[in-house]
Design a protein around this ligand. Structure first.
Ligand code: WTA
Length: 686
C-alpha cells in the first residue's frame, strides 16, 4: 500500500514506490481534493516533480553534511568550517542538547545579503520598495543604497560603543529603518532583539530587562490606519520600568517619522535620547564587516510559552543564513525577476526570516508595507500588488479570512496578473479560505505554499514546493529538505502511516534555534524532554494515506490569535494583576476570522460584584500589560473554577464550557467541587 513520508529515507525502493503511487493510482482516486500545478508552472520551477523532490529530499536525509555544505558553499565565508558541518545531540538522555552547524567558519549575514549581491551585479536592483500608510506615500532603496544606509547606522552604533555580542533592542514599525537596523547590528556582530511595536511598555520592559541592551532604537510615532500611535512614549515608560529593575539603558536612538508626528511634539530626555536623523547621516557610508563564527548569535526573539515569562529564542548566524535563504528560494520558487511581498511585521519571526534575511540573501526585491490591509479600504493589498507588480504574495490565513468576508469586488477590481505564487503562514489555513485565496486572489493560477514552521525553527519545516506536488487545500504537504518530521503518540512512540498525534522532529536542521537566552535548562525541558530523543513542536498533526501532513493546532497552553502566539499564562498573569481579580483561567475558542479567540474565566476578590465596568477594566489591563492583540474576546465571571482535589484547574472542562459543547464535559466526578460546573454554565451570559 501507500508508504508514508516518514518511512521514505530508509530505502530507495520505497521512494520509487511512493513515486509511482503518487503519480498513479492512489492520488488519482482523490482527484477532487487535488490541485495540480500547471504544466507551465512546473516546467519552469526549481523543483518540478515529486520525483525530483524525492531525490533531493532523500539525499538531504542520507547525507545532510554533503547536502548542506554544497548549498553552504554558495555563500561567502571568510574562513570555511572544519571539519564537521554539523554536530548535534537532541537526546537529553545522552547529555546536554547541542546543535551546531558550520562551526568554526567565519562569515557575516549582512555581507552575504548586501555586499555579496552587489558584487554579483545587483547593486542597482531595488532591494526594498517601501509603501507607507497613506496612498502615494512611498520610497525605495537599491542594494547599493541599502548598504550605505546600513553602514552609516553600523558606524554610528560602533561610535557609541556597541560591539560584537552586545544586545540592541529595536522597537520600530514597518519603516525601511527596521530592516536597516537589523542588518546594521548583524554587520558589527551585535545581537538584535526586535520587539513588535504593538507590544505594551510592560512587555517591552520585560524584554529589555532580560537581554540588557546597550541601545534601544525606536521612532517617535506611527500612523496605523487612521490612528497615530506614540511609540516613543511607550519606550519612555518601558525605560522607567527597566531602570527600576536595575537595567538602565543609556541611549534611545529615535527616528523622526514626520508623517506621524513632528519632532517638537515628542517628549524628550536630554542625554539619553538622540534623533536618528541628527547623527546617522553624518557617518561614513562604508563600514568594515565584523566576521563572526557561524555559531555566534545573530538575534534574540521573544516568544510566548506555557509559563508567564516570554522565552528568548536564540538564533545563530551560519545555519540560519543558509536555511532561510534556501527555504525562501524553493518554497516560493524564487527567481531574480520576482517582486516579493510578505505582509508580516519584522517584529515576528516571519518578518525576520522572510521579509529581511531570506529574500535579501537571494538578492530579491522586497516590499515593506507600513500600513494596514484595510486602509483606506479592504482593496489595499491588491492595489499594492498592482502598483509594484508583485509576483509572490505571502500572508496569514487571518487576513485571508477577513478579506473574504468582504465583497470580492474589492479584489477583482484590480488586475493581479503579476501574481504567480501565494503563501500562507501562522496557523492552519481552513480549506474554504484556501480555496478563496486560490480562486479569487490567484485566479486559480497560483500555487499556494502553506508553510508550517515556528519562531524556534528559524525557517520553513513542512511546506509545498509549488512546482512539485499536487496540493490539497489545507495541508502543508511534505517536509522541506533535511527535515524529518515524526508523529508520536502520548508515550512518545513513533506512529507510521495514516495517523494523528504530536508532531516532533527527529534531527536538527541548520535553522534550528540553539537555546533559550540565559536558560538552556528551560530549552531542554520545554522542547526536548516531553518526548526524549526528539524536538517537540507543541503542535498536533495528522498524516493522511498519501503522506500529506495536516497541522491541527497547538496542543500546549499557547493560543494562536490571528497568527500571533499568546501564552494563556501570560494573559492570566495580566488579569490577576488587576486589583479586583483573584484568579483567572484562559482558554482558546474558535474564532471565525482570528482563528482562535481568547476566552477568560475570572474569579473576583471576595465581595466584589461583577459589572460591565469591571469587565472593561479587566480587558484594558491585558491591553496595557501585553498589547492590544492579546485583549480577551470574552470575560466569563467565575465565582469558582473547576479544580481537581489537588488544586489543578481542569482546562479541558473550561474549553468545553467556552465553546458551549456542554454534552461533552466528560467526567466531572474527580473535581473538588463538581457544583462549580453548573454554576459556570448558568453564568455564561454575564
Ligand atoms: C502555527 C510563525 C498550521 C503552529 C511562523 C506553530 C501553523 C506556531 C502554520 C508558530 C501553518 C505556523 N499551518 N499552523 N502553515 N504556521 N503555525 O512561532 O501552531 O509565531 O507552532 O511562528 O504557529 O508560531 P510562531
Amino acid at each position: 500500500h501507500v508508504e508514508s513520508m516518514a518511512q521514505l529515507p530508509s530505502g530507495a525502493g520505497k521512494i520509487q514506490r511512493l513515486n509511482a503511487v503518487i503519480l498513479g493510482e492512489a492520488l488519482a482516486s482523490e482527484e477532487d481534493d487535488l490541485v495540480l500545478p500547471s504544466e507551465e508552472f512546473s516546467s519552469q520551477a526549481h523543483v518540478s516533480s515529486p520525483r525530483q523532490y524525492l531525490e533531493m529530499y532523500s539525499r538531504s536525509i542520507q547525507d545532510p553534511a554533503g547536502f548542506w555544505s554544497e548549498i553552504g558553499s554558495q555563500f561567502y565565508w571568510k574562513e570555511t568550517w572544519a571539519p564537521e558541518v554539523v554536530s548535534e545531540n537532541l537526546d537529553v538522555r545522552k547529555g546536554a542538547v547541542k546543535i551546531e552547524w558550520f562551526k568554526g567558519a567565519l562569515t557575516n549575514i549582512c555581507y552575504n545579503a548586501l555586499d555579496r549581491n552587489i558584487e554579483a551585479g545587483y547593486g542597482d536592483k531595488v532591494a526594498i520598495y517601501w509603501e507607507g500608510n497613506e496612498l502615494g506615500q512611498d520610497g525605495q532603496l537599491t542594494y547599493k543604497e541599502l548598504l550605505e544606509k546600513v553602514c552609516q547606522l553600523a558606524n554610528y552604533l560602533k561610535s557609541v560603543g556597541v560591539g560584537k555580542g552586545d544586545a540592541v533592542v529595536i522597537y520600530l514599525p514597518m519603516l525601511m529603518e527596521l530592516p536597516i537596523a537589523m542588518l546594521a547590528c548583524a554587520r558589527i556582530g551585535a545581537v538584535h532583539s526586535v520587539v513588535f511595536a504593538g507590544f505594551s511598555a510592560e512587555s517591552l520592559a520585560q524584554r529589555i530587562v532580560d537581554c540588557k541592551p546597550k541601545v534601544v532604537i525606536t521612532c517617535n510615532a506611527v500612523r496605523r490606519g487612521s490612528k497615530p500611535i506614540h511609540l516613543k512614549d511607550i519606550v519612555d515608560n518601558a525605560l522607567v520600568e527597566s531602570t527600576k529593575n536595575d537595567v538602565p539603558v543609556g541611549l534611545c536612538l529615535t527616528y523622526e517619522n514626520p508623517s506621524a508626528m513632528k519632532r517638537e511634539a515628542t517628549k524628550w530626555q536630554d542625554g539619553r535620547d538622540v534623533w536618528w536623523q541628527d547623527v546617522v547621516p553624518t557617518f561614513p557610508t562604508e563600514c568594515p564587516v565584523e566576521w563572526v563564527d557561524a555559531e555566534d548569535p545573530l538575534f534574540l526573539l521573544y516568544t510566548s510559552g506555557s509559563t508567564g515569562k516570554p522565552k528568548g529564542v536564540l538564533h545563530t548566524t551560519g545555519g540560519y543564513m543558509v536555511y532561510t535563504a534556501t527555504t525562501f528560494k524553493y518554497a516560493f520558487d524564487y527567481k531574480p525577476s520576482d517582486i516579493y511581498w510578505c505582509t508580516a511585521d519584522c517584529g515576528w519571526i516571519t518578518g525576520h526570516s522572510y521579509v529581511t534575511y531570506g529574500p535579501l540573501l537571494n538578492g530579491a526585491t522586497v516590499i515593506v508595507f507600513e500600513g494596514a490591509p484595510n486602509y483606506p479600504d479592504v482593496g489595499r493589498c491588491w492595489d499594492i500588488v498592482d502598483k509594484y507588480k508583485v509576483t509572490i504574495f505571502y500572508t496569514a490565513p487571518t487576513l485571508v479570512r477577513s478579506l473574504m468576508r468582504e465583497s470580492s469586488e474589492y479584489v477583482t477590481r484590480y488586475s493581479r496578473k503579476s501574481l504567480r505564487v501565494l503563501g500562507s503562514v501562522g496557523e492552519p489555513i481552513n480549506p474554504s479560505a484556501w480555496r478563496w485565496f486560490f480562486n479569487v486572489v490567484g485566479d486559480s493560477r497560483c500555487p499556494i505554499s502553506d508553510t508550517w514552521w515556528q519562531t524556534e525553527t528559524g525557517g520553513f519545516m513542512i511546506t509545498p514546493l509549488p512546482g512539485a506536488w499536487p496540493q490539497k487545500p489545507g495541508s502543508a504537504t511534505f517536509p522541506f529538505f533535511g527535515v524529518q518530521p515524526v508523529i508520536v503518540d502520548e508515550k512518545g512512540n513513533e506512529i507510521e502511516g495514516e495517523c494523528s498525534g504530536y508532531l516532533c522532529i527527529k534531527n536538527s536542521w541548520p535553522g534550528a534555534f540553539r537555546t533559550l537566552y540565559g536558560d538552556h535548562e528551560r530549552y531542554e525541558t520545554t522542547y526536548f524532554k516531553p518526548f526524549a530523543g526528539y524536538y517537540f513542536t507543541g503542535d498536533g498533526c495528522s498524516r493522511d494515506k498519501d503522506g500529506y501532513h495536516w497541522l491541527t493546532g497547538r496542543v500546549d497552553d499557547v493560543i494562536n490569535v490571528s497568527g500571533h502566539r499568546i501564552g494563556t499564562a501570560e494573559v492570566e498573569s495580566a488579569l490577576v494583576s488587576h486589583p479586583q481579580c483573584a484568579e483567572a483561567a484562559v482558554v482558546g475558542i474558535e474564532h471565525e476570522v482570528k482563528g482562535q479567540g481568547i476566552y477568560a474565566f475570572v474569579t473576583l476578590i471576595e465581595g466584589v460584584p461583577y459589572s460591565e465596568e469591571l469587565r472593561k477594566s479587566l480587558i484594558l489591563t491585558v491591553r496595557k500589560q501585553i498589547g492590544a492583540f492579546a485583549a480577551p474576546d470574552k470575560i466569563h465571571w467565575a465565582p469558582g473554577l473547576p479544580k481537581t482535589r489537588s488544586g489543578k484547574i481542569m482546562r479541558r472542562i473550561l474549553r468545553k464550557i467556552a465553546s458551549r459543547q456542554l454534552d461533552e464535559l466528560g467526567d466531572t466526578s474527580t473535581l473538588a467541587d463538581p457544583g462549580v460546573v453548573q454554576q459556570l454554565i448558568s453564568l455564561s451570559d454575564c
